[in-house]
Ligand binder design. Structure first.
Ligand SMILES: Nc1ncnc2c1ncn2[C@@H]1O[C@H](COP(=O)(O)OP(=O)(O)OP(=O)(O)O)[C@@H](O)[C@H]1O
Ligand SMILES: [Mg+2]
Length: 137
């Protein structure tokens, strides 16, 4: 479902869903006129966050939305699940920290690749990670 603000919510339950999320992010980045470098940065960040939603959150959904701040346009992405939550956000953001045999670079990498980065989480209730990329003038 897409409206003229590019608002879209996609399920994140399978690896194929992650591929679809990546494609939807790429499409929106292109539609907004982002550079190829910025497209790749945000597709990479989205991929890491969507994989976390699957792997640690037990699945959830991805939300895409075009945002505006004055004259500035951007893309906002949110990844939410109702999984176990993140007990220590600072630790989870540390380069190399993993609780699941990964490389521990997904969250920290996504943060570096984005202009805004926000984690909302509650143990036992779930996690939402939101990122925004603003288009340079
Ligand atoms: N949605 C989530 N729900 C619960 N815990 C999460 C979630 N996302 C991340 N985490 C926790 O944060 C840790 C760090 O995540 P990060 O993506 O940086 O590394 P990783 O997924 O373990 O490895 P990599 O992404 O490099 O393969 C995870 O190991 C996990 O403990
Ligand atoms: Mg990860």
């Amino acid at each position: 479902m897409t409206d003229n603000n590019g608002v879209r919510t996609l399920p994140l339950r399978t690896d194929e869903d992650v591929v679809r999320m990546r494609q939807a992010v790429r499409e929106q980045m292109i539609a907004l006129g982002f550079s190829l470098i910025d497209q790749t940065k945000i597709v990479t960040a989205a991929s890491e966050l969507a994989r976390n939603t699957l792997r640690y959150g037990g699945g959830g959904e991805g939300h895409l939305e075009r945002v505006q701040n004055g004259m500035r346009q951007g893309l906002s992405l949110a990844f939410s699940d109702q999984g176990p939550g993140i007990p220590d956000i600072e630790l989870a953001l540390r380069d190399g920290y993993t609780s699941g045999g990964g490389m521990g670079l997904g969250l920290s990498g996504a943060k570096r690749l984005s202009d805004e980065f926000d984690i909302t989480t509650a143990v036992g209730a779930g996690t939402t990670v939101k990122i925004v990329k603003w288009k340079p003038f």
